[in-house]
Design a protein around this ligand. Sequence first.
Ligand SMILES: [Fe+2]
Length: 136
Amino acid sequence: MAFVDWTEYYSVRNNLLDNQHQQLFDIINDLHQAIRTKQGEDRLAEVVRSLIDYTRSHFADEEKMMEEKGFPDYSQHKSAHQRLLQQVTDIEHKLHDGSESMAPDVLCFLLSEWLVKHIIDLDKQYTSYINEAQRA
Ligand SMILES: [Fe+2]
């Protein structure tokens, strides 16, 4: 059973972005699996890195779409993306430097919260605007 499941509730009514969000859920599930089956620190680091890389390209696509559609809160949303990327990069640093040990299940919980909040609190803000722009 998956640790986090993408459902229609998370839909931003854009196929490309929904698919990318599903991919992010898959990465969090990979992380959970790596922890559950004790695949080791290198594997954890690899999955966290892939989360960061994928998030970076996902945010770039979202920003491009918002800019093209003239979304009024574009720059605010872009700053929020930068903060979200910083949060996950901070988590990665903590994982690497070992000065502050982070229990793997806490890591998994933090990142799943981070992902869900990004979609619900942030991305849902552009959903209605973009869909109205598409209908017009
Ligand atoms: Fe997103």
